[in-house]
Design a protein around this ligand. Structure first.
Ligand SMILES: Nc1ncnc2c1ncn2[C@@H]1O[C@H](COP(=O)(O)OP(=O)(O)OP(=O)(O)O)[C@@H](O)[C@H]1O
Length: 188
């Protein structure tokens, strides 16, 4: 298997990790599931600055940029990897740059806000209002290879949609389109 990144992007509670777990089962090769949160949880707690401070923001930015390079590193060695991310525009720009040499299937994981809020409340392990804050930003770039709505489909059904898309080679073009669009924009 040549290197491949499946980049799942959606708000908190949209269902990314549930889909990633199903994908591991459905995909033909031995993929890794590497969510952004896994990298966060590897960092020393005692030495991490307090959440909400500029010092924390700096550490978090380095963590996320490091995460993108971990994805690129795994794929560069020929591995398949499922990433689970809540993208902001500058993180998408960083992914477009560091994953340029890799095949990336960019997946939009959608869910209407009322359902996100319901899930957030039921889970009780995410700060209230997190999904609402992320909602207008996460899909702002507006281009994916494949999209699913987790209020309509189960995690297994979403994973099937994604696996079927991947089974046809050479269809993942969103990162190439987004990179071209970036090159066409005037430099500021
Ligand atoms: N397709 C679905 N239909 C119904 N409920 C779902 C679906 N996908 C996920 N859920 C439920 O929504 C909650 C959040 O799911 P999950 O942890 O997969 O989301 P996530 O996007 O990875 O969240 P986070 O980014 O906060 O870790 C869980 O309680 C899960 O059972």
């Amino acid at each position: 298997m040549s290197g491949h990144v499946i980049l799942l992007n959606g708000t908190s509670s949209s269902g990314k990790s549930s889909i990633a777990a199903e994908l591991l089962d459905l995909l033909p090769g031995p993929y890794f599931s590497l969510p952004r949160d896994a990298v966060n949880s590897m960092r020393s707690r005692a030495q991490t600055p307090e959440f909400g401070t500029p010092e924390f923001d700096e550490v978090f930015e380095r963590t996320v940029r490091g995460y993108h390079r971990m994805l690129a590193g795994l794929a560069a060695a020929g591995n398949g990897v499922i990433a689970d991310h809540v993208l902001r525009p500058h993180w998408l720009a960083d992914c477009l740059e560091v994953l340029q040499e890799q095949e990336v299937t960019f997946v939009g994981v959608h869910c209407p806000l009322p359902e996100l809020q319901r899930r957030e409340q039921v889970r009780g392990d995410r700060p209230a209002g997190l999904a609402e804050r992320q909602y207008p930003i996460v899909h702002a770039h507006g281009d994916y290879d494949v999209e699913c709505d987790t209020s309509v489909h189960s995690p297994r059904e979403c994973a099937r949609i994604i696996a079927d898309f991947i089974a046809t080679p050479n269809r993942s073009e969103a990162f190439r389109r987004l990179n071209s669009a970036k090159d066409l924009r005037p430099h500021q």
